[in-house]
Design a protein around this ligand. Structure first.
Ligand SMILES: Cc1cc2nc3c(=O)[nH]c(=O)nc-3n(C[C@H](O)[C@H](O)[C@H](O)COP(=O)(O)O)c2cc1C
Length: 389
């Protein structure tokens, strides 16, 4: 499965760096092309000569040694997967904060496909609050993390922090690359965020949707090889992104792109109502103690596209604060879409503006599948696997 794949390995300054020699051999044996980028500190643990001999390729370490027309960190980003192993506490923290002060970090920052982080460190470092927070940040941004195991550490103690064995990293690489092909050739349009219904030039009505679930779906769909269009109420980087503000604008874009997509996933929280009379001028405060805004119904995008005769697969989301399953089942019947993903917004640990979710996937026949609480990235991956099964 790794034959002819281009694998980029990033090595940082950890004692487990020597084990990467074996990982390179496993990849090479499987027929992969291996390139290696190291941090300057990694070269205290392994030599360029060893890595070069095993990978049969040049080993990159310096941003400023540019021989070819392309800067290295851009050329290296053409690999199919970037495996950072061992990932030191230092590099993990820099990655999570967009710091690019060496070639490995600059490459990771520019890299658009799947990055696998394989941490290795002393137990105290692993349990450090900031390291854990930075790992969560990376996980929520779509990085894969192969967590360390418990065992004897180079510092002479026993505990969590031991890098996974080369064979396990190899298997994880295969698993990730396998899933990256799953949606190859599929075109998916995903909507995200809460629409903004304007009252006057400075005010609008919106809702608590952060767009994180839609972003996670877009990221995972892209990782799985799909051609993704993200229609969102905020600017998103790394996607073909169309920004819309109101329900009307979103409706227009979704309908215009309906037929050319294989699937539409409506995670956006589209306002049910908009203000009837938009005021061209800012509304001034007057002497009265109250004011009335008249609202009129917005188009029901999910229902309208589900009713189209020739349409792709349509997936809707519903956020309910009570009777979750009952309301979700009634919604899928009313809207006529293929799947409804239901989440409970009465809980403050999942749903709106959080990094985790717990959902039910309901199909047209009202068959229901529960996904346990997990990061929105993991939930997104499972939703995509289920609906494209
Ligand atoms: C002998 C030795 C072993 C080390 N092992 C680790 C390790 O396993 N994990 C880690 O996070 N840092 C380890 N460090 C500390 C890192 O080398 C240090 O934080 C360095 O700044 C990492 O730089 P880099 O992330 O740019 O490679 C070790 C340091 C020494 C001297």
């Amino acid at each position: 499965m790794l034959k002819d794949k281009n694998i980029l390995i990033g090595i940082t300054g950890g004692i487990a760096a020597y084990k990467i020699c074996n990982l390179i051999r496993l990849y090479k044996k499987a027929g992969a092309n291996v390139s290696v980028v190291v941090t300057p500190n990694a070269l205290n643990f392994v030599t360029k000569l060893t890595l070069q001999s095993l990978s049969q390729n040049e080993v990159y370490s310096d941003c400023f040694e540019i021989d070819e027309y392309k800067p290295e960190h851009i050329a290296l980003t053409e690999a199919d997967i970037f495996v950072i192993a061992p990932a030191s506490a230092n590099t993990i923290s820099k990655l999570a904060n967009g710091i690019c002060d060496n070639l490995l970090l600059s490459t990771a920052c520019a890299y658009q496909k799947q990055i696998l982080i394989v941490p290795a460190m002393n137990t105290g470092m692993w349990n450090n609050k900031f390291i854990q927070e930075n790992l969560v940040k990376l996980k929520n941004s779509g990085y894969s993390i192969l967590s360390p195991s418990e065992g004897f550490l180079a510092c002479g103690t026993n505990g969590v922090g031991r890098m996974r064995e080369p064979e396990e990293i190899f298997e994880e690489t295969e698993r990730i690359l396998n899933s990256t092909k799953k949606l190859a050739g599929k075109k998916i349009l995903i909507t995200a965020g809460g629409t903004k219904e304007k009252i006057d030039p400075v005010r609008f009505i919106t809702n608590a949707s952060s767009g994180k679930m839609g972003l996670a779906l877009a990221q995972q769909a892209q990782n799985m090889g799909a051609d993704v269009t993200l229609v969102s109420t905020f600017k998103a980087h790394g996607f073909n992104n169309i920004v819309t503000e109101t329900a009307f604008e979103m409706e227009k874009v979704v309908k215009e792109n309906l037929k050319e997509n294989d699937c539409i996933i409506m995670t956006a929280a589209v306002a049910d109502y908009r203000v009837r009379n938009y005021s061209e001028q800012k509304i001034k405060k007057d002497d009265s103690d109250s004011m009335t805004l008249e609202l009129v119904k917005n188009p029901d995008i999910l229902k309208e596209i589900s009713e189209e005769k020739e349409r792709p697969m349509v997936v809707g989301f519903c956020a309910e604060s009570e009777n979750l399953l009952e309301n979700a089942k009634s919604k899928i019947r009313k809207k006529g879409c293929d799947y409804i993903i239901a989440n409970d917004i009465s809980r403050c640990d999942i749903g709106f503006n959080t990094d985790e979710n717990e959902v039910y996937i309901i199909n047209k026949n009202l068959q229901t599948k529960h996904l346990d609480k997990a990061s929105k990235q993991e939930i997104a991956k499972k939703i995509l696997e289920e609906i494209f099964e």
